[in-house]
Design a protein around this ligand. Structure first.
Ligand code: FDP
Length: 289
């Protein structure tokens, strides 16, 4: 199953082909480098390597006007300005959840294809998705037409579900941050959810969001007392994940409105992130109002 827009298909095919290589390339790259990413976090060798690999390939696609990554300070201009309407901007988190490298747990690669120059609102996304490096490598691709899940193997992308939809009955939840650092209103809401759903928190956004897509429920990384803007990045994480979950029939929120409606100030802006079943996000927004 291919995506109807040829440039978007080229982008997702490039990411899906690179994913098997990225997975293999993690071996021997679990250590850190002496650098920090633009958000001040320690970079793993694998973060830097995956960013270089994806950057080179995605920036080389005809119809990609900008490449941006969580691992680089600035947008890479690829010749055509997405603001002119003839090219897309691709934003990537090359290795999401890379602190899980040390403990050998789930990680992902996240991407968003924006029909606007970066930083941009999520409403300008035309496609978004992620690769999940779990026991098997899977990829979820959301477009205006559909949300589909694929298994990736040896450069091949085979569809396993051509209509990924959030189950109606929520089952799982996962909330990031330390409980004493949660604002009182979020803590109260979380206490209710803990009584209703099962905890699933693995420390990598992609793994945790895929639990929600599979079983129904909610994932949240709230604004904290010590960091009201939250931890996750709007362009590279919040928007693409919000787009996938909304296209799959759920909702996203920064605590106040859809993540896709948030106006960015800068490329590396952080935001509280909440995604999941409609009813849960509605309750969250009511609790934080
Ligand atoms: P990581 O720091 O390992 O890159 O992108 C940030 C992220 O992982 C998300 O994947 C994950 O959801 C979150 O941070 C985990 O944060 P905590 O360690 O605070 O739980």
């Amino acid at each position: 199953m291919t995506v109807s827009d040829p440039v978007v298909e080229d982008i997702v095919a490039t990411i899906s082909r690179s994913a098997t290589e990225i997975r293999q390339g993690l071996i021997g790259r679990r250590g850190t480098v002496d650098e920090e990413n633009p958000s001040g976090e320690t970079q793993a060798k694998a973060d830097v390597w995956a960013d270089e690999l994806l950057g080179e390939r995605l920036a080389g696609i005809d119809g990609v006007g900008q490449y941006a990554s969580e691992e680089r300070a600035d947008v890479v201009d690829c010749g055509v300005d997405p603001a002119d309407g003839d090219a897309y901007a691709v934003a990537v988190d090359p290795l999401d959840g890379s602190s899980n490298l040390k403990s050998n747990n789930t990680m992902g690669t996240i991407f968003g294809v924006y029909d606007a120059a970066l930083p941009a609102r999520g409403e300008t996304l035309v496609a978004a998705g992620f690769v999940l490096y779990g026991p098997i490598t899977t990829m979820v691709i959301a477009t205006e037409e559909t949300v589909a899940e694929y298994e990736l193997s040896g450069g091949e992308r085979n569809v396993v579900d051509d209509d990924v939809t959030l189950p109606d009955e929520p089952v799982v939840y996962g909330f990031g941050g330390r409980v004493p650092d949660w604002p009182a209103d979020f803590r109260e809401y979380a206490r209710e959810i803990e009584d209703e759903l099962k905890l699933r928190y693995g420390g990598a956004l992609i793994g945790d969001v895929n639990q929600v897509l599979t079983y129904g429920g909610t994932f949240g990384y709230p604004g904290l007392e010590s960091r009201p803007e939250g931890k996750l990045r709007l362009q590279f994480e919040g928007n693409p994940i919000g787009y996938v979950v909304e296209r799959a029939g759920g909702r996203s929120s920064n605590g106040d409105r859809s993540l896709l409606a948030v106006e960015p100030d800068a490329l590396h802006d952080r935001t509280p992130v909440h995604v999941g079943n409609d009813e849960l996000i509605e309750r969250l927004e009511a609790a934080l109002a």
